[in-house]
Design a binder for this molecule. Structure first.
Ligand code: GLU
Ligand code: ASP
Length: 495
């Protein structure tokens, strides 16, 4: 087995802003992957509910919104598979490559004129592809630094910038292409983006990444391999039978699928927690850490419930309730999707500098998590104002959405950069390979619930909707604030 030091030493340690050269490769791979993902999502919702005459699919708005959320939920859930495949079969590097190929195929499906069938095929490709690619690119970032290298945190911050730079540019470009040409042209830009990412990855990978992620860390032995094949066959057969039964009774419909995957999205984290908690490999002290992690996890879920509605409910608000004309110029609604990553790019360095300045006096992880809910709550509560002023009917100024996206980003910066590291510290050691996937499950559960909230949105008034979810976030903020000392104690020596 290669040691962590030897692996890191095989990576050229300088060459990208004073960071290992491998960071260049990983930065741009993730940049293009996020470019394709968020660019596609910026127009996907509109594509689904736009009329057929306009080149859309003509799905009703509520269903389209629920599909967006369930899709997002599954995209993050599949990280479980990606971590596992890399750890036990392919190694991170090959897993990343094949993930990228699937993602590109997914976008190509949408670039082709085709109906709802191609949409669902595309989703399957992108769900699996992202699950293979995303957790593994992040984990290779960790591998290119020697243990104890103090550049590592900065490396992750640069990488985080790559994510948001891709997410910022994509809606602008793809939104404009969609507006001037059509949806399929927009989706083809996403496919080209992922293609460029794959080319860069392949060209620079060997030179820049050395041995990092080259081999599975914990490869399957013969016996395990045989068992895997047997279990996979059983799983596929059972799934096919269940699907056939469901088809026979006429249970297969979009709305049943949405409900089914909501349940799956909520059961996934619960199962993982029970599995970790009852595992013999989990030490007593680690069980106490896991208990402390539960409230942090729930906080994460509440936060993503609001953050992820930026691309669903607020995207609808941008398109249907916002005045998009400035003089003779018309804003594309998809462009609002660039606000979140833009604010992240602007404020991430400011927050980072603040934590450095505060040093030991900076708030603890549980306190930061609590306040992320305060800002998320505020970002929804502020939407009550235009609802009241406009009587829920007349078009409102884009200012309100800008303010809402800004507030949620303050919360995101208190949570997203610390979320993964808190998970790393609190998850049992034996499950290190699943840590990334566990953190992504906050988003899985959140978006599973959002698929149901989408239905509520169309039944209640805006004041009720934003008031209820914003209020729930504020209540949870207060509860979390009270729980923080307990969580800190349970975390023990971990900060
Ligand atoms: N927006 C970030 C990304 O795409 C974080 C997503 C999440 O953790 O849910 O990487
Ligand atoms: N802020 C998100 C993330 O860090 C990007 C987005 O929502 O557009 O990737």
């Amino acid at each position: 087995m290669e040691t962590k030091e030897r692996i890191a030493k095989s990576v050229p340690q300088k060459g990208f802003f004073g960071h290992p050269k491998g960071l260049f490769t990983l930065f741009f791979t993730e940049f293009w992957e996020r470019f394709s993902y968020y660019g596609m999502r910026a127009i996907l919702l509109y594509f689904m509910y736009d009329t057929v005459a306009n080149g859309g699919l003509g799905i009703d708005k509520t269903t389209a919104t629920s599909i967006m959320s369930i899709y997002g939920s599954l995209v993050y859930m599949s990280g479980i598979i990606g971590g596992w495949v890399a750890d036990r079969i392919l190694g991170s590097r090959r897993t990343i490559f094949w993930g990228g190929v699937l993602i590109m195929l997914g976008h190509i499906c949408l670039a082709l004129p085709g109906g709802i069938t191609l949409l669902f095929i595309s989703m399957v490709f992108i769900i699996l592809g992202t699950g293979l690619l995303k957790p593994n690119v992040s984990s290779v970032v960790g591998d290119i630094y020697e243990p104890g290298d103090n550049r590592r945190d900065a490396g992750f911050s640069i990488f985080y910038m790559g994510i948001n730079l891709g997410s910022f540019l994509a809606p602008l470009v793809i939104g404009a292409v969609q507006k001037n040409y059509n949806y399929h042209a927009g989706f083809s830009i996403a496919a080209i983006g992922m293609f460029l990412g794959l080319v860069m990855y392949k060209i620079t990978e060997k030179k820049n990444l050395g041995m990092a992620g080259a081999k599975p860390t914990n490869p399957l032995n013969e016996e395990e391999r045989a068992k895997l094949i047997k279990n996979s066959i059983i799983f596929l057969v059972v799934a096919a039978i269940l699907l056939a039964i469901a088809g026979f009774f006429g249970w297969i419909s979009i709305s049943n699928a949405v409900n089914f995957f909501t349940v799956v999205g909520l059961l996934a984290p619960i199962t993982v927690f029970i599995w970790m908690f009852t595992s013999k490999k989990t030490k007593a002290e680690e069980k106490s850490h896991l208990l402390a992690y539960i409230p942090l996890f729930i906080t994460g879920v509440m936060f993503w419930i609001i953050q992820e509605q930026g691309s669903t409910i607020l995207a609808r608000y941008a398109e249907g309730r916002t005045d998009l004309t400035i003089g003779s110029f018309e804003i594309a609604p998809a462009w609002f999707q660039s606000l979140n990553p833009l604010f992240i790019i602007i404020f991430a360095p400011i927050f980072a500098a603040l934590w450095v300045k505060l040093g030991k006096r900076q708030p603890s992880t549980p306190i930061k998590f609590s306040f992320s809910l305060f800002f998320a709550g505020a970002s929804f509560l502020i939407m009550i104002i235009p609802a009241v002023l406009s009587d829920g009917k007349t078009l409102v100024s884009p200012f309100w959405l800008v303010a809402s996206f800004l507030l949620v980003v303050f919360g995101e910066l208190l949570m997203s950069p610390v979320g993964l590291s808190a998970t790393t510290k609190l998850a049992p050691e034996a499950f290190a390979a699943q840590t990334m996937a566990l953190w992504f499950l906050t988003s899985t559960a959140a978006q599973a619930l959002n698929a149901q909230f989408a239905k509520v949105f169309d039944k209640v008034s805006e004041v009720q909707y934003f008031g209820f979810l914003g209020g729930a976030a504020i209540v949870l903020f207060l509860i979390m604030l009270m729980l923080s000392p307990w969580i800190s104690r349970k975390m023990g020596s971990i900060k």
